[in-house]
Design a protein around this ligand. Sequence first.
Ligand code: LLP
Length: 419
Amino acid sequence: MDHFQLRNGVLHAEDVPLSRIAEAVGTPVYVYSRATLTRHARVFREALAGLDDPHIAFAVKANPNLAVLKVLAGEGFGADVVSGGELTRALAAGIPAAEIVFSGVGKTRSELSQGLDAGIGQFNLESEEEGRELAQIAHQRGQTVPCALRVNPDVDARTHEKISTGKRENKFGVPLDRASEIYAALSGLPGLEMRGVAVHIGSQLLSLDPLETAYEKLGTLIAELRARGCTVTHADLGGGLGVPYRKGEVAPSPAEYGAMVARVTSGWNVRLSFEPGRVIAGNAGVLLTRVIRAKRSGNGPPFVVVDAAMNDLARPAMYGAWHDFDAVEPTGERFTAHIVGPICETGDTFAMDRDTDALGPGDLAVFRTAGAYGATMASSYNSRGFVPEVLVDGDRFAVVADRIDPAAIMAAERVPEWL
Ligand code: LLP
């Protein structure tokens, strides 16, 4: 459930008409609902209530906005970070270092050191090589760092290939059949406290079956590790829970997920961690846009050209993703249209042949489910700026990220004097 609903014919974010935000801040603009974020955080936590003290780390990559992170910090969430930049943000938002997990397949030496400086709660190692490098740095500094080993369980997550991470051919984790040997080798290194295993097989999973298969394999690995004398006190089950992008689409509920986890992990005797991203933030945001003009096209449906583009919301261009598109002030009239942005390539298409609210020049509309992997994936392609972000809380709202104009981006460029 989200808090973007029609009231008196106008789409609101909580108690604020989106038309008011468009007027005050301009378009395009990302709008987040604090109540929705909080609700999703609580539903997720509630779904895991049957587990013993689960650790929930929001996947910062889904929405790294500081205000969003602060809302989730207030809900007791830690953070799953994958870069020095995300680590800096999580700390700046008030997430305690001890609640931060550092994932990612290519942590640099300086990022490893940054994590050590901050005293983060856990590093999720993606390879033996990374473990050895971290051990050396930590040992040199006289530190011993808690670590988990990410394994690649070779499970097909049955999602878009670009966001599948748990197949043998993907770059993530260590192969399951070598995991026990690598874990044992790393356990012997000074500087590391090998304490657990981690798995994350992909994102936008609409079936729990692949997750269950991956978790079962992890359970077998934990038993194997213990049998060979290794200590395992933690297991990180990653993120990946899908959300409905399309009216009528059904995604597994957090409660169903929680029940599956409780069943599969009973008897593991570890502290479980989770790294949800999309399921928390996805439906807590929309991208608010204004129609520039409608353009007739031969005999086909018109092109509705909106002021948002693939640089602002990359998912349709990148993954062919569907985002529901609704008018802010629907008249009840509908038509079929192609919804496109102004960028000069055909990939800048949000939807073809979409049955949608009839819209004309100047009308406002939203792309829904844009709170995760939306603003954070923006670029300045075509020398467009970065879209601002707004957080709504009841009847008030605040700009939580300024619009960055193309001129500000250009100001960071230099033309050498020899040109
Ligand atoms: N943990 C790890 C190690 C991850 O790599 C990810 C996402 C998550 C947690 C969070 O997954 P979630 O709960 O959000 O599914 N840009 C793509 C999504 C990429 C996800 C990458 N990893 C998209 O727009 O669909």
